[in-house]
Design a binder for this molecule. Structure first.
Ligand SMILES: Cc1cc2nc3c(=O)[nH]c(=O)nc-3n(C[C@H](O)[C@H](O)[C@H](O)COP(=O)(O)OP(=O)(O)OC[C@H]3O[C@@H](n4cnc5c(N)ncnc54)[C@H](O)[C@@H]3O)c2cc1C
Length: 519
């Protein structure tokens, strides 16, 4: 970083979806913006979600109409403005006589859901139709069900796309860079931030009058809550991942756990099927990778056993798992899954903290933050709240490229899609990696241009191989090496060390039998 770049209009701390959303919108306003992330972009919660862009039916049940309305609106916006990255997904919700909501309650909830979206899409399914749509469904006590629509995303790619667009338009984003201190002048106003490269330990003072603290579950480390009794309550949520052959569903299924009536999902995603999620107080170290525990595995499997018993799903059928920690704001006294997913913005003399919220509403979080941060930067307000999410407009599909592939690449990489296609030499490069939808050519692109420092950045977050491939892709390591060792500029010794570290991480936190990492 040179001298000039040390003077910024705005520094954003945290490279999850919240920080990335603020970054994208601030750069669009012509500001000089620096984003720092102490691990990798989306390393925190934003790569470990259920990958849904959803209104959240359960919030309706809890009468959180504002949150549902905002979420539904954002879903509709993202479906049109981030095609290829955010896609519609059908949900089926079977209803049972011995638990969960009845038909009238579901009909009412889904009608409100559709009214909010101004699109009437839900419909009732008889037992006969349900049996056809969900082969193997438990019919004991089944009283029909509903079909409705939501949307899904690749969460880490959403973060990456926002950051890449911001960088292409002049913003600066640094991963593995921690904000260690917010510096204030004699009047208490923010005047800078000290940042440190966590590996080289090189440090830098960045002068600025405005700082956004978008650090999710870490937010109170930089700025304790000013609201009496309102604090972050870290809640772990975990998923098991199955191959489609073991759980052959073509739409998502939403159902209620027989023990506590919590809503769970089975969701087809990127060639695999996710089963999640749990919602438990997390007292582990948030700086370390979380992992699914034995009791969470049992909890998830017992629920799916109730709804789709004929799938005979067992733990050994799972190929991977992952866990994340939700930044949930709590006033205490509630069950974990009853806690609100609203966000909070705290303003303190140039430091604006934003935390809580959902992936779905990241743009709302970004604009609520920017409205508060604007006065510390310049007198005229920041603009563009209703502009298209991404500035880059998808061009015509290049000849010879299947439209669906181009839309997917554009959704994930923006104009980088054209660079990926340029590198394709033959049909081999157009081939997908194993059973995944990812092209081999995407690996080389990400390794070259997407600030990959370690192998897990590439295999868990730029592409999601570690989540969707058996053994996290370890069996494909020789071919992966051919594609990326050169672009990464790593020696053989470095490559071996990275593979070994990745294997340890995957076995410890992403395998179906994780035990965590030894300190
Ligand atoms: C299991 C689970 C399922 C979920 N499913 C959904 C879903 O389907 N749909 C939905 O809408 N939402 C979902 N969510 C919620 C959603 O994922 C989160 O609300 C969102 O990702 C939070 O993003 P964030 O940017 O605020 O936090 P994070 O993604 O955690 O980002 C904060 C970042 O700040 C960095 N950081 C911390 N301190 C510093 C520092 N001092 N300097 C620099 N960097 C720092 C961290 O390393 C981290 O990467 C889910 C959450 C979980 C856990």
């Amino acid at each position: 970083m040179d001298r000039e770049q040390c003077n910024m209009d705005l520094v954003i701390i945290g490279g999850g979806v919240t920080g990335a959303g603020v970054f994208r919108e601030a750069v669009r306003n012509g500001l000089r913006v620096l984003l720092v992330e102490k691990k990798d972009f989306s390393w925190g919660t934003s790569s470990r979600s259920s990958k849904l862009i959803h209104g959240g039916l359960r919030y309706l049940k809890e009468a959180q109409f504002k949150l549902t309305l905002e979420s539904v609106r954002e879903r509709e916006r993202l479906l049109t403005q981030a095609a290829g990255l955010v896609s519609p997904i059908d949900f089926i919700m079977p209803l049972y006589s011995d638990g969960g909501p009845g038909r009238a309650a579901m009909a009412a909830g889904l009608t409100v859901y559709d009214i909010l979206a101004k699109k009437f899409r839900h419909r009732y399914l008889s037992n006969k139709k349900l049996k056809k749509k969900v082969p193997g469904i438990n019919t004991e006590g089944l009283t029909g069900g509903y079909l409705f629509m939501d949307a899904q995303v690749d969460d880490a790619r959403l973060v990456q796309r926002l950051i890449c667009e911001g960088v292409r338009q002049g913003g600066r984003a640094m991963n593995y860079t921690e904000a260690t201190r917010i510096v204030r002048d004699d009047m208490g106003a923010v005047c800078g931030v000290e940042v440190v490269d966590v590996e080289s330990k090189d440090s830098l003072f960045v002068s600025t009058t405005a700082v956004v603290n978008a650090t999710g579950v870490w937010a109170e480390t930089l700025h304790p809550s000013p609201e009496a009794g309102l604090h972050l309550r870290p809640l772990r949520g975990s998923h098991l991942v199955f191959p489609k052959a073991k759980l052959p569903v073509s739409q998502a299924i939403s159902f209620f756990h027989p023990d506590d009536q919590r809503p769970l999902f089975v969701i087809p995603w990127q060639g695999v099927v996710l089963l999640g999620t749990t919602d438990l107080d997390y007292d582990g170290d948030v700086n370390r990778e979380p992992w699914i525990t034995e009791s969470e595995v049992d909890y998830l499997l017992s629920a799916v056993e109730k709804v789709i018993p004929h799938a005979g799903l067992k733990r050994e059928d799972a190929i991977t798992s992952f866990a994340g920690v939700r930044p949930v704001l709590s006033e205490g006294g509630k069950e974990a899954s009853q806690e609100s997913r609203e966000h909070a913005v705290w303003v303190d003399n140039g430091l604006v903290t934003v935390t809580g919220g959902k992936l779905t509403t990241f743009r709302r979080l970004a604009w609520d933050t920017l409205r508060s941060v604007g006065p510390f930067i310049r007198s005229e307000p920041l603009v563009g709240e209703d502009d298209a999410l991404f500035c880059e407009v998808m061009p015509d599909v290049p000849s010879g490229v299947p439209e669906i592939l181009f839309e997917r690449l554009w959704g994930r990489y923006g104009s980088g899609a054209l660079e990926i296609l340029e590198t394709i030499q033959g049909t081999d490069d157009l081939a997908c990696i194993g059973s995944t939808p990812y092209l081999w050519a995407e690996l080389g692109y990400a390794a070259t241009l997407e600030q990959v420092r370690h192998l897990d950045d590439l295999l868990l977050r730029r592409l999601r191989l570690g989540m969707v491939l058996e053994k996290g892709g370890l069996d494909l390591m020789e071919r992966i090496r051919d594609e990326v060792q050169g672009p990464l500029g790593w020696s053989d010794a470095r490559w071996e060390a990275e593979v070994s570290a990745y294997e340890t991480l995957w076995l410890g936190c992403y395998s179906p039998y994780p035990q965590g990492l030894v300190a």
